[in-house]
Design a protein around this ligand. Structure first.
Ligand code: AMP
Length: 179
């Protein structure tokens, strides 16, 4: 995203205190999707990026990554890979566990969704602590792709998720994060 669009998004995002539980400042992306001009600008940027960087597949993390990821995939004329929560995909799957604040979660992807020739752009609405993104990167690595890139519509900078992602994969040339 360019700085102008980033500022527009920061201004537009609706922040709801104490949802879904006390202490969370929930960033509600429906205030972006409600505005079709702004939503289209975001998707157009993702499309331009995908084309410029020879992305071959776009993946979205359930659930809000599906909103931006699938729209970007259609606009870019690329296949869409759903990265789903545990137990939702009927075919043969790769899985990746990750830690939550309390307990463990798991994300899954179909084994035939990508291959080693792919350059995959993973999209999610938001990066906070980076736990979900690290798990998604580890899941996509199972395809041994040429490259994995990330795009988040919102970056909660103070939670250092992007730093965690970059540190974890510092030696991997394939990983690139966009703000
Ligand atoms: P994390 O793994 O901590 O980076 O959290 C990222 C995931 O949790 C994303 O899929 C977000 O949709 C969701 N998430 C985390 N924190 C928030 C927040 N404050 N507002 C909205 N969604 C959030």
């Amino acid at each position: 995203m360019n700085d102008k669009l980033k500022k527009q998004l920061e201004k537009k995002i609706r922040v709801i205190p104490n949802f879904p539980k006390k202490g969370i400042l929930f960033q509600d992306i429906t205030s972006i999707t409600d505005d079709q001009k702004l939503f289209k600008k975001v998707i157009t940027k993702l499309k331009e990026y995908s084309i410029k960087n020879d992305i071959t597949k776009i993946a979205g993390i359930e659930a809000r990554g599906f909103i931006f990821g699938s729209a970007a995939a259609i606009q870019s004329n690329l296949p869409f890979i759903p990265i789903r929560k545990k137990g939702k995909l009927p075919g043969k799957i790769y899985k990746q566990k990750y830690k939550l604040e309390y307990g463990i979660d798991e994300i899954e992807v179909h084994k035939n969704a990508a291959n080693k020739k792919d350059k995959i752009l993973i999209i999610d609405d938001l990066i906070a602590t980076g736990g979900t993104a690290v798990a998604a990167a580890n899941l996509m690595r199972k395809f041994n792709p040429q490259e994995i890139q990330f795009h988040f519509i919102i970056n909660l900078y103070n939670l250092n998720g992007m730093k965690k992602l970059q540190t974890r994969f510092k030696s991997s040339s394939f990983l690139n994060c966009l703000g």
